[in-house]
Design a protein around this ligand. Sequence first.
Ligand code: ADP
Ligand code: UDP
Length: 258
Amino acid sequence: MARRRRIYEGKAKVMYEGPEPGTLVQYFKDDATAFNNQKKGTITGKGVLNNRISEYLMLRLAEIGIPTHFVRRLNMREQLVRQVEIIPVEVVVRNIVAGSLAKRFGMEEGQALPRSIIEYYYKKDELGDPMISEEHITAFGWATPQDLDDILNLSLRINDFLLGLFLGVGLKLVDFKLEFGRLWENEEMRIVLADEISPDNCRLWDAKTNEKMDKDRFRRDLGNVAEAYQEVARRLGILPEGLPEAGPGDATGPKTMQ
Ligand code: ADP
Ligand code: UDP
């Protein structure tokens, strides 16, 4: 078989040309980065888990009418997606104070927000993804006011749905990041959800103990990173079979999450 054309290699995924025009193959790596690429590592089995978790969440979101890029999973580490023109804006939705929000305002992590907060960041690694407002997005032409309206409405619907979905399996959805893209079909443009939704870009805390079950375990050297991702998949009822055991560097002891 001819080698596939690699379109782009990012920090967590590789994008290959897909089998049909307008499609891409999204390959999930075990590589992890944090703090704008300053911290690098490998979380054994992460790619397999994120491929499954993102597939599951995108399918559930499609069921409630959220347009997504997801077509189908191809194998353990790859999924077929529709190629979109990525809008260079990272949309962060927050339900509980954590991470950069806590830091910026000198707040303790863990306080539930009286209403969800939406933030926008310019997707530009060289600049460290600076925070931006709607004004910047429309003034610089990254998205039109109509696109932004769609993005905001979709983000709020996604949040409402995922909050309930995760709570149903004993997890608090603290915050998460979304990416959207433009998809053209017969001269018509639609905004669709792209990229991935996984513990790499969500904060998930155990509903009873507040134990972190997401990439913060890697960012903050808390250990048991792969186990936490695996536990998220297990609770969602989608633990893939034949998953490799977590390798050295991931596990600092036996599995602790019940
Ligand atoms: P990064 O670019 O931040 O290192 P990844 O390693 O996750 O991130 O790489 C995936 C890249 O593919 C991201 O830049 C993302 O915006 C882009 N992408 C995700 N879904 C699609 C899609 N359906 N069409 C085109 N590009 C996409
Ligand atoms: N996030 C992400 N990619 C980024 C920045 C943030 O996926 O480039 C996610 C992150 O995992 C968290 C949420 O967005 O779930 C909010 O992140 P925050 O602004 O607190 O930044 P952090 O402190 O995680 O860098």
